[in-house]
Ligand binder design. Sequence first.
Ligand code: MG
Length: 680
Amino acid sequence: MRNIRTLLLAALLVLSAAACDPEDRKIIIPDDNGGGGGSQNGDYTAVTASPKAFDGTKRADITYQLLVYSFADSDGDGWGDIKGITQHLDYLDAMGASALWLSPIHPSDSYHGYDVRDYFSIHPKLGTEADFQELINKAHQKNIKIYLDYVLNHSGTGCDWFKQACASASSPYRDYYLLSSDPAADISAGKFPSLSGYDAGKWHTVSSTEGLGYTGRLHFKLDWSAKTVTVTETTAAAQASNTDSSVNLYIYYGNDKIARLYKTGTNIYEITLDFASDWGFLVRTSSTSWDNGTKYGASGDTKITFGQAKTLTNSSSAANITFGSALYYYGAFGSWMPDFHYGSASTASGSAAFTSLAASADKWINMGVDGFRLDAVIFIYEKNAPSANATFLKSWYDRCNSTFKAAGGSGDIYMVGEAWTDAGTISQYYKGLPALFDFPYWDKLSWALNNATGRYFCKDVIDLRNTYRSGRSDFIEATKLTNHDQTRAATTLGRSLPKEKMAACVLLTSPGNPYIYQGEELGYWGKKGEDGGADEQVRTPVKWTKSGGVPASWTSASNIDSGMLSANISVEAQDADSESLLNVYKRFAQVRNTYPALASGEISKHGTYNDSNATDQEIAAWYMTSGGEKLLVIHNFSSKEKTLSLEGDKLSDAIALNGEASVKGSSLRLGAWSSVVFLQ
Ligand code: MG
């Protein structure tokens, strides 16, 4: 029975693993009864970590991702704000952060800010420019950089550029967006080089009436038997409305603009009008009742062609008959987010939209902003992606970098892209940007933790880095667990605190430049919308004190699991508990900032505990090396103690520990879900 059960479980795990990892990986179920190594005895000496004193230099480029709207509310208006960040810089400093990624700060119509209304200003709910300048200055005093989230793929429909673009064909903003009265034809003609084809679901109707109406003299002829209307331009004399009340057929073309037709034959009715309407016309069977029974209009294509009979439809969905086609705009993410139009990628930097967006970026760089996180970079060019996007991004980077240097910035400006895709594709985006999020890293790590299988992890990281290196020799791998668009790490790890701590320890002992996402350090949980939750569930505000509240707009949000806002999860409570998740983050971050081999070193495999070692597959081990400094990193990805033989490694100088470890000679006992780092 036991064997059958194990086989079934193994098959299930392999099947579930296959979804996130294409490699054929052998899974062994850990012992049901946990500890397999017995209790420690006097022969083993407990390991204690004694890192050298932190000298205050943050070497590790740790970035904290925060949501301005939910991080900290300074004025009690129910929303997080910029002053709230300034007031908590000590917290971020203690987390070892040398940079902050702020969610979009611009005015927008959503709470999250990814539908920008004005790239040149700050949402009043979040604060003022003076508040922002103060944040930059005070953050810089603590050697914390400020990165702004910038949305280059689209604005919001509330953006004045978009409103003006839609209002008039002669608007200087018309070229900022993908606007067309015949998208399919314009795409075929090559007018929109960013699009790979016509996708009706991503084209939205402009609510303006531009191009739909007509002004001039027109002749209308109704064949009431065939239910058709024929319109022709004419120079014949215009007629007044027919006064014969026995005829109940009208041309309706605006407020107080309704004309009764003349009967000119059997079922034939006609009139010549000095016509003026900005939306078109309808045929009505009443001049006083506007219910749908009296309405005759178009179905499908609304446009009339002069001289050709157009069939009328009498239904509640009958549309206005128009003289031109409606205007449409492209919005890949939805009707409230119209995409920008940059023309061809090779000449994008000369486009009107690019020029204005770059001018807005200049403003923030000149205020002291140190870099940008670029949203949705794989969507800017859907055609010839990723090469067109990389070309565009390099133009954007170079432009911002020249402003940064002119403003006296040291080195090059930082810029990280959200290219949420596979490693091979990500590598191609390194041709455009110095830094990219390593989304596959969390896929590998969460798989390893949930399958108690550490042996592949080092190889996985090395493979990822080699892939990225093929795109750029000085690539910056922005490692992370999750972000505001993903189901929380804690949820993916089954709300297991030991696993959450281990994820923190692995992140902070891996190569790359790690990001910590607001709330991850507190163990916040939640499912993203597409996983059956709601976006707000993964964007919970920080509860700073045991007794204090959180921004009021969030406590009332039904989407938030209030369990996260309990006293024992608060920053105050976790600060006071040396073994809290928060303190594991702080401790490992400080060690990472202390030792260059962790901060910026390269990873290499351990000789024994690696992907080939099926016997000890729970173990993830590697070396981190920088200059003459070498560290041995070992994690036990399982719920059972492991005894490891580490001949050739130095086990006398532990600099970081989470969980339990003890040493006897070259033998290491590593407790369940425990991590240790030894200086070599
Ligand atoms: Mg506020």
